[in-house]
Design a protein around this ligand. Structure first.
Ligand code: SIN
Length: 301
């Protein structure tokens, strides 16, 4: 059977389908469960130096085309998560720690605490984070540069930067990340959005606005992947609306080195195996390798 193992920033993965940050990444047991279900790698929930309770509920609402969430980066803190990392490690797949902060010092502190992970994913893109965290960082290119540079200087493991879905700006943010030492970019975080209950006339989410994930954002993420692959030398890891192997193939054709799955897990824990089996069967049918398929949508006809 076709081999779809690959290497992403030096990490060997047996399948390019990974667990996205924030979904089932809150305990070592849940990370291990996802790894056992076939994920090539797993990303933790975003963690900071200080614990945080997150936003008031409701925090998650299903909409026609996906999910809206405004969790508000709740987390027990990096230090409190270290035991969970030990439990997750038993699964034998790379563990990527998603980290948060408001500046270079906070990010580097979190990065050092999570330095036992296989890679870090810097969350500079949550669209509904408390002031100073998340996507607001990307509105200040110097701050983004400072954070990436400082984290790179603080750890020895690969550093991935998760970018917001600013289609007109994402290439620039990718270039800043690359220039300052990022080993990969991850595109995209959720898209700012909201829902209103017409019976109460009130926004549904406790935070009023949140981030949209799921099938609706797939074409946005695909364009971001395509643009980033064209502009950067470092790998692009794609996330946003991937719900089956065909979606994964599309992203790899746009240039993705790997894909991450989040929302689709709500009703399908088998999705990682399905993606793996589907990609293998597709490549066999086409007589192609994974590497040959990567970026094929960029070729000149
Ligand atoms: C959250 O915890 O609020 C979601 C994380 C994110 O959107 O980056």
């Amino acid at each position: 059977m076709t081999d779809i193992s690959t290497e992403v920033t030096g990490l060997k993965v047996r399948s390019p389908a990974m667990l996205a940050a924030g979904v089932l990444g809150t305990t070592g047991t849940s990370l291990r469960r996802i790894a056992v279900s076939g994920a090539g790698a797993v990303v933790t929930k975003s963690l900071g130096v200080q614990p945080s309770e997150g936003h008031p509920g409701p925090n998650l609402v299903e909409v026609d085309c996906g999910f809206l969430n405004a969790m508000g980066l709740p987390n027990p803190s990096c230090a409190a998560f270290l035991d969970e990392m030990d439990a997750a490690r038993e699964a034998g797949v790379p563990i990527i720690a998603s980290v948060i902060g408001r500046n270079a010092e906070e990010f580097s502190g979190a990065a050092r605490l999570m330095g036992g992970a296989d890679a870090l994913e810097l969350n500079v893109s949550c669209p509904h984070a408390e002031r100073g965290y998340g996507a607001s960082i990307c509105s200040d290119p110097d701050l983004l540069a400072d954070i990436v540079r400082s984290v790179k200087g603080s750890v020895k493991i690969p550093v991935w930067v998760k970018l917001p879905p600013y289609v007109d700006k994402i290439t620039e943010l990718g270039i800043i990340s690359e220039k300052n030492g990022a080993d990969a970019v991850v595109a995209i975080n959720t898209v700012p959005a909201m829902a209103i209950d017409i019976n109460t006339g009130m926004p549904i989410l406790g935070n009023i606005t949140g981030g949209l994930s799921g099938p609706a954002i797939k074409p946005i993420s695909l364009k971001c992947t395509y643009d980033l692959y064209k502009a950067l030398k470092i790998p692009v890891i794609s996330v946003g609306g991937i719900a089956g192997w065909e979606d994964a193939v599309e992203f790899i054709m746009a240039g993705a080195a790997a894909v991450q799955v989040g929302s689709a897990l709500h009703n399908n824990i088998d999705i990682f195996r399905e993606i793996e089996t589907g990609i293998k069967a597709y490549l066999e049918e086409k007589g192609m390798t994974l590497e040959a398929m990567r970026g094929i949508a960029h070729r000149k006809t």
